[in-house]
Design a protein around this ligand. Structure first.
Ligand SMILES: [Zn+2]
Length: 106
């Protein structure tokens, strides 16, 4: 079972208390943009990266708040947890392939 660190509760809790909420830091087009390709891409296209991914999570059976996490998509290793609205942390080490020798940031 994965343990996920909620940056608001400041505890490591079982993954069953959390719900994945999609990709983090998705740039949405401004409201002045006509519906079309830019809006469709913002709504439906995701990166699907092999390596470090930035995701939104919600602590549904805890504080109920959304936060972001950096996770390696191959090893499922969580690399960082940070509050919603905060900038992406810099993840050092190789960004693709299995997670090895990577610094864990909390
Ligand atoms: Zn929480």
């Amino acid at each position: 079972m994965l343990l996920i660190h909620c940056p608001y509760c400041e505890e490591d809790r079982p993954e069953l208390e959390f719900r994945h909420a999609g990709e983090a830091h998705v740039q949405r087009p401004s409201q002045s943009v006509e519906p079309g390709r830019a809006v469709a891409e913002a709504l439906y296209l995701r990166t699907n990266t092999r390596g470090v991914v930035f995701e939104r999570w919600r602590h549904v059976h805890g504080c109920g708040r959304f936060f972001n996490a950096a996770r390696h998509s191959v090893s499922d290793e969580f690399l960082a947890f940070y509050k919603a609205g905060e900038a992406k942390p810099e993840i050092t080490g190789e960004d693709t392939g299995p997670a090895q020798g990577r610094e864990i940031i909390r």
